[in-house]
Design a binder for this molecule. Structure first.
Ligand code: NAD
Length: 486
């Protein structure tokens, strides 16, 4: 039966006249309707502003804020299995991954809750004895949070953890493809005891997102998504000089050296590109294989790709589900066709699965490409691995860094010195050595170059949500020359 959801503003369901459907990528059928009303944004920002300026949240002791966050985590754990089912229905991600993600949300909230009462300034030694100078770290205020569809709840909680610990309030705009779990989270937050206005959710498409980012009432925009959208957001934010955090896409290299454990590297390449059907920002979509092991690694990866179990993402044994939309499938097929016209050879895949059809793309491995082939330069956001060979460390580091993106990289080697050299020289936000696609609340995550700026996760994630205030107190009653700075 079709479900109908309302926006969540001021701890209340607020229906909208304008709505849109959200579909199940596996069946292709619309299963729920949600608001799509740019007019709702102003009310949500107003609610978040009131909660920040005059509501109980603004004066709540940090310890109490932390307790609410821990409680929210506990309730999300209670509902983890149900949330995973909704997440899988809305975005087609494997139930085995959404189950792990929803079960882990509490850890993120607990980690950041621990910081809530440890956010502190410093006392600064004065240049002259007649001043006491100190700083305080103040919450920035009302934050617009815009997240994509590929890990909707996880990426939202990555941002909510530090946001709430800092004492900010939020207006969340989830992706129009996966709007439901953010609404469910907001209701759970109300149950946990969050006061009205602290967590608001307005659903809808680009128009709603644009209304939010253009709103002069925001003190910060934190965004995860694609580069084109980020450019619109940065332009809108510039009009109000609203600061932004931008977590964007990638074209991450995985480098397999001649001394690597070939089996582990194969597993890492498969995990990097075929987990979540390649629909992850850190997809390891460029494989650089040393010429001495290239043939073996290519054969192993292709064999494994051919045995990946495609099917219903709601079944535990499925290894790869459908891509998120028909448009995305067509885009990926178009990119593969273009690569072939530029000389690429299909080692395996490159087509819609002949048995399943629809949005099921065969895991694809391409070779005979160069660093200039379009599919080696552009983010595919699908299960497509482009393989290249190299002969020296210096050559491969140049090739890996020759990219507009700088999100992540994988290095497969048993030489400890080489591992550190590669980590030093790769111009990316995260380097994984002999592993791939690990993320945690403890480790800062974000990009360089066109993969964005600012960091989610880790202690550093708090910085974006805080302002520093400096206070000078004259302690000796001295008067000073009013016309001289000092
Ligand atoms: P997207 O940019 O199309 O959409 C992201 C969000 O922006 C959605 O909520 C969308 O409604 C909203 N939006 C669209 N137009 C807008 C506008 N003009 N103003 C304001 N908001 C607008 O991205 P997507 O397709 O949902 O997600 C895939 C992208 O996200 C990929 O590029 C991927 O690499 C990136 N991503 C990055 C990270 C990271 O942490 N670096 C994580 C996951 C995904």
């Amino acid at each position: 039966m079709m479900k109908t959801f309302a926006n969540f503003i001021d701890n209340r369901d607020v229906p909208a006249e304008r709505t849109m459907g959200t579909s199940d990528p596996f069946t292709g059928k619309i299963w729920a309707t949600v608001p799509d009303d740019p007019g709702a944004v102003d009310r949500a920002v107003g609610s978040a502003r009131l909660a920040f300026d005059t509501g109980p949240w603004g004066t709540m002791p940090a310890k109490h804020r932390a307790k609410l966050m821990v409680k929210l985590g506990q309730l999300l754990s209670r509902d983890a299995a149900d949330l995973a089912v909704v997440e899988t229905r809305d975005n087609g991600k494997l139930i085995r991954e959404t189950s792990a993600q929803t079960a882990g949300l509490a850890d993120y909230l607990d980690y950041f809750a621990g910081f809530a009462d440890k956010i502190q300034g410093t006392q600064i030694p004065s240049p002259t004895p007649n001043f006491l100078i100190y700083t305080e770290r103040k919450p920035r205020g009302v934050v617009g949070v815009i997240v994509p569809w590929n890990s909707p709840l996880s990426l939202l909680v990555w941002k909510l953890g530090p946001l709430l610990a800092a004492g900010c309030t939020a207006v969340i705009k989830p992706s129009e493809l996966t709007p439901v779990t953010a609404l469910l989270l907001a209701k759970v937050a109300r149950e946990a005891g969050f006061p009205p206005g602290v967590i608001n959710v307005v659903t809808g498409g680009a128009e709603v997102g644009a209304a939010l980012t253009a709103h002069p009432g925001l003190d910060l925009i934190t965004f995860t998504g694609g580069g084109e959208t980020a450019r619109h957001i940065a332009a809108a934010a510039a009009k109000n000089l609203t600061p932004t955090v931008l977590e964007l896409g990638g074209k991450s290299p995985q480098i397999v050296f001649e001394d690597a454990d070939v089996e582990a590297a194969t597993n890492g390449l498969v995990a990097g590109i075929f987990a979540a059907g390649g629909q992850t920002c850190v997809a390891g979509s460029r494989a650089y294989l040393h010429e001495s092991v290239a043939e073996e690694v290519l054969a192993r990866v292709s064999q494994r790709a051919e045995t990946i179990i495609l099917g219903d993402p709601a079944r535990m044994e499925t290894e790869m589900g459908p891509v998120a939309s028909d448009a995305q499938r067509d885009r990926i097929l178009g990119m593969i066709a273009k690569a072939i016209s530029e000389g690429a050879k299909v080692v395996t895949g490159g087509v819609v699965d002949p048995n399943l059809g629809g949005r099921f793309l065969r895991p694809t491995v391409l070779n005979n490409v160069t660093n200039q082939t379009s599919i080696v330069r552009e983010e595919v956001f699908g299960p497509v691995l482009a393989c290249l060979t190299f002969s020296s460390e210096a050559e491969v580091l140049d090739m890996a860094n020759d990219s507009d993106f700088g999100l992540a990289a994988g290095v497969w080697t048993n030489d400890i010195r080489r591992a550190h050299r590669c980590s030093r020289d790769l111009n990316v936000g995260t380097v994984w050595v002999n592993t791939y696609r690990n993320v945690s609340f403890v480790a800062p995550f974000g990009g360089m170059k066109q993969s964005g700026y600012g960091r989610d996760n880790g202690l550093e994630a708090l910085d974006a949500f805080l302002n520093t205030k400096t206070t000078w107190i004259e302690t000796e009653g001295q008067t000073r020359d009013p016309f001289v700075l000092g």
